[in-house]
Design a protein around this ligand. Structure first.
Ligand SMILES: Nc1ncnc2c1ncn2[C@@H]1O[C@H](COP(=O)(O)OP(=O)(O)OP(=O)(O)O)[C@@H](O)[C@H]1O
Length: 249
């Protein structure tokens, strides 16, 4: 479970990124976070894996008090949490398989990673992860020869290989065409349901959020202004999330 208790996040320059966040996400939920550009969507998900430090309140991920962990504990904690970015963050000159294997075993000696010598079980896990997202046939292809959608699937497979309990995705389909975006959202959904991995996605496409996520969290100026089932997101809810700033002008 992910639990925010009165969380505030203030950037070093004094800008308040998150205010009074209270939130509980059960294991296995598929949650889309929507809101205007600059509302605080990235800030929220980046607090979950401690890419950002919270300033006050408590943030728990299962038994981990995220604000309290330090150094090595943070690195160990992050391994339970997959992170997917809009830009894929892959090594484009390496093969798909090598990309998945390298990041799934950060504790392996450096020379194994440099020379690409991986234990058999690591290879099997990587191949299974590629199979899970439907790109097993691309295992030996260099990443720079793949389409954007295929690269995002490699990023997803790389995350799966470390058996995360939670996947955070920051605008994972923003760089993809509408058809490919749906395919990738479908991958997230399948992984969420089949493997019971919690998925938190920041997304600008409201239609995709409503189609694929079970729950929607709407953020405006660092605060939650809607939290409920996707099916209950009405025009009124959307105007609270997206037009609220205009009303105050
Ligand atoms: N390092 C920083 N220092 C100060 N303010 C920041 C910093 N990073 C982000 N912000 C501010 O925090 C607010 C929330 O940013 P965040 O990136 O979370 O928004 P977002 O909803 O994800 O936007 P987008 O959809 O454009 O990615 C913005 O107003 C942004 O300018």
């Amino acid at each position: 479970m992910i639990k925010f208790d009165n969380v505030q996040m203030v950037y070093p320059n004094g800008y308040v990124g998150l205010k009074d966040i209270n939130l509980e996400i059960e294991q296995g939920e598929f949650v889309a976070i929507i809101g205007l550009s600059g509302a605080g969507k990235s800030t929220l998900i980046r607090c979950v894996n401690r890419m950002h430090d919270i300033s006050s309140g408590t943030l728990m991920v299962n038994d981990t008090n995220v604000g309290k962990i330090k150094g090595k504990e943070i690195r160990a904690f992050r391994r339970q949490i997959g992170m997917i970015f809009q830009s894929f963050n892959l090594i484009t000159r390496a093969t798909v398989l090598k990309n998945v294997m390298i990041s799934s075993v950060p504790e392996l000696p450096w020379w194994r990673r440099v020379f690409g010598i991986f234990p058999e079980d690591v290879k099997v896990t990587a191949l299974e992860s590629l199979d899970n997202v439907g790109i097993l046939d691309k295992a030996f292809v260099r990443v720079d020869q793949l389409s954007g959608g295929q690269q995002q699937r490699v990023a997803l497979a790389r995350t799966l290989a470390s058996h995360p309990e939670v996947i955070l995705a920051d605008e994972p389909v923003a760089a993809l065409d509408p058809v490919t975006a749906k395919t990738v959202m479908g991958d997230f959904k399948r992984i969420n349901k089949d493997l019971n991995i919690s998925v938190l996605i920041n997304i600008h496409h409201v239609d995709l959020a409503l189609e694929y996520a079970d729950r929607v969290i709407g953020i405006r100026q660092g605060q939650i202004v809607y939290d409920g089932p996707s099916k209950d997101v009405t025009e009124d809810v959307l105007s609270t999330i997206y037009d609220g700033d205009k009303k105050g002008e």
